[in-house]
Design a protein around this ligand. Structure first.
Ligand code: MSP
Length: 636
């Protein structure tokens, strides 16, 4: 069966200011979907671009004291640079000041005017300068007029939008997937319960000169939205290249933010209907990113700058966070804490740990070659089942536009694999030559899960997954999606490469604590388990913690550096237990720590707490908990 063409668009962004997280989000979402469909073998066309006309851009240019086109030329580069940095694979980038777009807008206007779909009339009403729209009398409180609402009386051109009201309601009801999610469809239907006015599509040049001139009246430019919406079809050859247009239109997904629902689900479909063009398959409106719980705004100074996070955590982690954290359709909260917590939990700990456990043991016990799996038991069957269900599960989540859910399934799979390793204890098997066959089987299973998840995560984190796949000896380039639903694809004997820190752990808390320590005289170095300084035992906060990573502190024979998970927060402690425990045997254990101990440096390594252990002169055993309990649980 031939694959269906997939055409996806983002809104075109105003060039009045530099891009922010909202712009980055929609563009990454479109990119992930485009990449996923390319894996499926679908012909894909992904369009993004910039909206360069209208009042907002004119005002920004005026305040910068430069011509509007110069302002647009400067600002567009910031979007293009960000898309490059974010590894966005758009097939085209349209700017509404390009000739290829302006000509089509004018042809459409002329055609609609010739056919009586556009008429002129004297109009008096309230006009909102900030949104560039007329507002109805009932929405204006004349005794309390804000500065941006002004009374205007002028001749203008109108598009007969109102005449399509009944048709549009019917269309939306007959095509339930046209507006998604469902509650947004209801919002549009609610809006359409009021009489639908004709749309004023002109602005006199005396008021706004920065726009596309009406071909039938040189005293006017067209309303910025009438110009902007046309980009979705002018970019793919409407009225110019019928074959190209027929290939991509109707669009599969038009992604928008919730604030531009009416323009896309009322103006746009009625414009298309008047032009005699089919409607897009789905307009999908996502929610907004909030800064904590508040709306982001320049005046509040809480707008998230994508570059800051890309610089700190890397492009892939940023893409992953945005896709994993937002339930499509709903608002989501962005805070540095949630970012760093998710990064550390999902990527640095769970995925990073799995990768380092598997590759380290393959390198040290199988000459760096994928081992041959032998007979498998119930644990292996269970793991295979989980891994094999992933491909369909993720595909289904993408279909339902629940990318967060797809990513949660993947993260659950690498957690399951870590649990499997904790059960099988390959680091213990590695010590017994008779267990080599089982060790090979266990490591093969870990590596296969990594192969599958690296393929499924590829559209979200292309750079890091390419790296991970090359570590497993997989070919460069896009993964073969077919193989992600099959077990046993890795070839025994294939070379595995060493990798260090695919997602290096970061901890904003630890960094802050570290920064606070700077400049202070370094604490006296302590060998072995730190002694608590507290006089009053009541002050001690004991908590459960899971060991996610353990390694020797270089140049000592007593100290281990342990990386812990405490309720999703990552922290590091140094403990004098190296004589009693091999580092690999500790990973996965739940221990008890003193959580509120002042950070101290032990042999130059920061320790944020201490663990509890029972000891005699010649033995030491860790204090652990009896059974399952989440990390961060209070002890005492
Ligand atoms: N130029 C118009 C769109 C024309 S499309 C034919 C426009 N541009 S915009 O730059 O103001 O906004 C572009 C997109 O960014 C919108 O979809 C808007 O919803 C989205 N976002 C703006 N702030 C946002 C958040 N805080 N969170 C998520 N998206 C947000 O509107």
């Amino acid at each position: 069966m031939p694959n269906t063409p997939f055409y996806i668009t983002t809104p075109i962004y105003y060039v009045n200011d530099k891009p922010h997280i909202g712009h980055a989000y929609t563009t990454i979402l479109a990119d992930v979907l485009a990449r996923y469909h390319r894996l499926l073998g679908d012909p894909v066309h992904f369009l993004t671009g910039t909206d360069e006309h209208g009042q907002k851009v004119q005002q920004a240019a005026e305040s910068g004291g430069i011509p509007a086109q110069d302002h647009a030329d400067r600002t567009v580069v910031r979007f293009q640079e960000l898309w490059e940095r974010l590894e966005i694979t758009n097939n085209d980038f349209i700017r509404t000041t390009e000739e290829r777009h302006k000509i089509i807008v004018q042809e459409i206007l002329q055609d609609l005017y010739d056919r009586g779909e556009i008429y002129d009339a004297e109009h008096e009403g309230w006009y909102d300068i900030s949104s560039e729209t007329f507002v109805t009398d009932k929405d204006v409180d004349e005794d309390n007029l804000p500065d941006h609402i002004v009374r205007i009386k002028e001749r203008n051109y109108f598009f007969r939008m109102g005449s399509y009201q009944e048709w549009l309601i019917q269309y939306i009801e007959d095509n339930p997937t046209f507006i998604q999610p469902d509650f947004r469809r209801n919002e549009t239907l609610g809006f359409l319960r009021q009489p639908l006015q004709d749309l004023c599509i002109s602005r006199p040049k005396t008021r706004l000169a920065w726009g596309i001139e009406l071909p039938f009246d040189k005293d006017f430019v067209t309303y910025v939205w009438f110009d902007a919406l046309v980009n979705y079809i002018s970019a793919i050859g409407y009225r110019r290249d019928d074959a190209q247009f027929a290939t991509w239109w109707p669009a599969t997904y038009q992604l928008i933010g919730k604030d531009i629902l009416t323009t896309h689900t009322v103006y746009w479909p009625t414009m298309l209907k008047a032009m005699g063009v089919e409607l897009p398959q789905t307009i999908f409106a996502h929610g907004w990113w909030l800064s904590g719980q508040s709306k982001m705004s320049k005046s509040a100074g809480n707008v998230v700058d994508p570059m800051k996070y890309i610089d700190q955590y890397g492009v892939d982690a940023f893409r992953y966070f945005l896709m994993a954290e937002m339930v499509l359709g709903q608002d989501a909260s962005f805070t540095e804490e949630t970012f760093s917590r998710r990064y550390n939990t999902d990527l640095a700990n769970d995925l990073g740990n799995l990768l380092s456990r598997v590759t380290k043991l393959i390198l040290s016990h199988f000459d760096g070659r994928i081992p041959t799996p032998a007979e498998t038991g119930a644990e292996e069957s269970k793991l295979q089942e989980v891994a094999l269900a992933l491909s369909n599960g993720v595909g289904d989540a993408v279909q339902r536009m629940r990318l967060d859910d797809g990513l949660a399934q993947i993260a659950a799979a690498f957690r399951e694999t870590n649990r499997y390793l904790e059960q099988r204890q390959p680091w213990v098997l590695a010590k017994d030559p008779h267990q080599k066959e089982l060790l090979g089987t266990v490591l093969y299973h870990g590596a296969e899960v990594l192969r599958i998840v690296s393929g499924l995560l590829y559209p979200v984190m292309p750079g890091k997954m390419e790296e991970l796949r090359s570590v497993l000896g997989l070919p460069a380039g896009e993964p073969d999606i077919e193989k992600l639903g099959h077990w046993g694809v890795l070839k025994p004997g294939a070379e595995v490469r060493k990798i260090t820190g695919l997602f290096p752990r970061t901890d904003s808390r630890a960094q802050k604590a570290g920064a606070a320590e700077q400049g202070k005289p370094e604490k006296k170095e302590i060998e072995g388990v730190m002694q608590a300084e507290f006089a009053d035992f009541q002050k001690i906060e004991l908590k459960t913690a899971r060991i996610v990573e353990a390694e020797r502190v270089p140049d000592t024979d007593k100290l281990l550096r342990l990386q812990l998970d405490v309720a999703g927060e990552s922290r590091q402690i140094v403990a004098g237990i190296a004589a009693y425990y091999e580092p690999e045997t500790l990973v996965g254990r739940t221990i008890v720590i003193v959580a509120n101990l002042k950070p101290a440096k032990i042999r130059g390594v920061e320790s944020q707490g201490m663990l509890l252990a029972a000891s005699t002169d010649d033995s030491l055993r860790l204090v652990t908990v009896d059974g399952e309990i989440p990390t961060g649980a209070r002890v005492g």
